[in-house]
Design a protein around this ligand. Structure first.
Ligand code: DQA
Length: 150
């Protein structure tokens, strides 16, 4: 969708609700998507919500968003900690990116402390579960408003 905020989700996030509920909660990604749509319509913005398990697909969507979107909210899942390709895709573009995680990755295993996304993100929201998606939409709207592109 043109002029939308893209919300891009990476690997294994399709399993939310079944996957490690003690860490990620009981809600499914569809529940989060429904909450995002309801919140976005209150704020009068449109969102494009996607999930893929494939790194190259995420790269394609970041490139697409750079042409079509106002901003990107990205939960890159495990690729956060490994992907130079996602880092480069964000770096190549000019739309603002908010990095998002349901869990506080700094309070978890050491391999989750490194992010290839953070150095090229405008900001990071983590540790608030599914609510983090709504916080990120709010933050993106404020950011876009302050740069007059909303
Ligand atoms: C995650 C954190 C990552 O470390 C993990 O690999 C995920 C989910 C989160 O939202 O908390 O898949 O991005």
């Amino acid at each position: 969708m043109a002029n939308a905020i893209y919300i891009i989700n990476g690997p294994n996030l399709n399993l939310l609700g079944q996957r490690e509920p003690g860490i990620y909660g009981n809600g499914s990604l569809d529940d989060i998507k429904a909450d995002c749509n309801a919140f976005a319509s209150k704020l009068n913005v449109s969102i494009e919500f996607r999930q893929s398990n494939h790194e190259g697909m995420l790269v394609d969507w970041i490139q697409e968003a750079d042409k079509k979107a106002r901003g990107i909210i990205l939960n890159a899942g495990a690729y956060t900690h490994t992907s130079v390709a996602l880092h480069d895709a964000i770096r190549a573009g000019s739309v603002p990116v908010i990095e998002l995680h349901l869990s506080n990755t700094h309070a978890r295993e050491e391999f989750r402390h490194k992010s290839y996304i953070s150095p090229v993100a405008h900001g990071v929201i983590m540790g608030f579960g599914g609510d983090g998606y709504l916080l990120a939409i709010r933050a993106m709207c404020t950011l876009l408003d302050s740069t007059n592109s909303l």
